[in-house]
Ligand binder design. Structure first.
Ligand SMILES: [Zn+2]
Length: 120
């Protein structure tokens, strides 16, 4: 495993933990969820690295909604939670080429650790 893969795994893990701790209802169907069974669902697919670790792009989702992967319903839910402007911005950001160095990823990880710490 390369250093980049290692830090990307750490980023996926911390984003999932933050989102599941933050969100107590599924963004798509609004059913209540608990931390242990909630999933971290990406609005724009995780292959879009510019938004892969965005705490707006990633939201708590129940397992059935995450599996269904209904992008139209997810977009409607995004607009309800964040408004049209921010939702549109995420879509634009997702399409940009994203050249993050390993140091950039480490910096994102440090920021997320800080956010996680403040949640306790
Ligand atoms: Zn759901």
């Amino acid at each position: 495993m390369t250093e980049r893969q290692r830090i990307e795994d750490q980023l996926d893990d911390i984003v999932s933990r933050i989102v599941r701790q933050r969100d107590h209802r599924c963004i798509t169907c609004d059913r209540p969820m608990i931390y242990e069974t909630a999933t971290a669902g990406h609005f724009m697919h995780r292959s879009n690295h510019c938004v892969r670790w965005s705490l707006v792009n990633v939201n708590g989702q129940c397992w059935p909604c995450n599996r269904d992967d209904d992008s139209v319903r997810y977009e409607q839910a995004m607009i309800r939670r964040y408004g049209e402007e921010l939702t549109a911005k995420i879509k634009v950001l997702a399409r940009l080429p994203c050249h993050q160095s390993v140091d950039d990823l480490r910096e994102i990880y440090r920021e997320l650790q800080e956010i996680k710490k403040q949640m306790k």
